[in-house]
Design a protein around this ligand. Structure first.
Ligand code: SF4
Length: 202
């Protein structure tokens, strides 16, 4: 029996991938684990939206509901330009280990629905962890269902967030001048800001 565990970065990004996966897998389970969402009130809004989607669609969801703010920030500080790699790896690593324990044949992530995320990086991390733990990583370009996912989210009346998750992405979304002010570069494709750390100057 083919089964899949899908990591959900949020309820909105889950809707289209879930629709596709349930057509192809006998067992589809969702895993919530997002220590990257800041601040706490925003985290709560997205978690609540996940619970509403769970109820509306009769989903099976495993929640790892945790908010280790210091740990997350300490892992990326002074390496802000690499923070997405850490963020992907942390969540996929947790997902593959739950998938392994639950005897799932595959795992994947709703990050592959987002047009803002780095698909090549997610795929490399997912496949590498998949080999390490013996659980196949399913790469699927869920971006093709972007509009359908938005429509489903609107029909369910789910909370729709305005930025990716971490406080850096919140700043990038609402304070675009910060790139200029700090001497960092703004990536016009992703909307993310890359900092230049000068040696010995912290
Ligand atoms: S921008 Fe998004 S993917 Fe990157 S570190 Fe922040 S929350 Fe994670």
């Amino acid at each position: 029996m083919d089964s899949i565990l899908i990591h959900a970065c949020c309820a909105n990004c889950l809707l289209y991938p879930y629709e596709i996966l349930k057509e192809h897998f006998e067992r589809v389970m969702v895993f919530w684990y997002n220590p990257n969402i800041h601040p706490y009130q925003e985290y709560q809004k997205r978690l609540q939206a996940m619970k509403e989607a769970e109820k509306a669609l009769n989903l099976k969801v495993i929640y790892r509901d945790t908010y280790p703010l210091e740990e997350w920030l300490q892992a990326v500080v002074f390496r802000e330009e690499e923070r997405c790699f850490y963020c992907y790896h942390q969540r996929l690593s947790a997902t593959v280990q739950v998938a392994k324990r639950g005897n799932f044949t595959c795992y994947t992530t709703t990050l592959l629905y987002s047009k803002q995320q780095k698909h090549d990086t997610i795929r490399k991390i997912g496949e590498s962890l998949g080999k390490r733990y013996g659980v196949e990583f399913l790469y699927e370009d869920f971006r093709q269902g972007w509009k359908r996912g938005i429509q489903s989210s609107q029909e369910l009346g789910l909370y729709r967030q305005q930025y990716c998750g971490c406080i850096y992405s919140e700043r990038d979304r609402f304070y675009p001048l910060s790139a200029k002010a700090s001497g960092a570069d703004l990536d016009k494709n992703t909307g993310q800001i890359y900092f230049h750390i000068t040696e010995g100057k912290r």
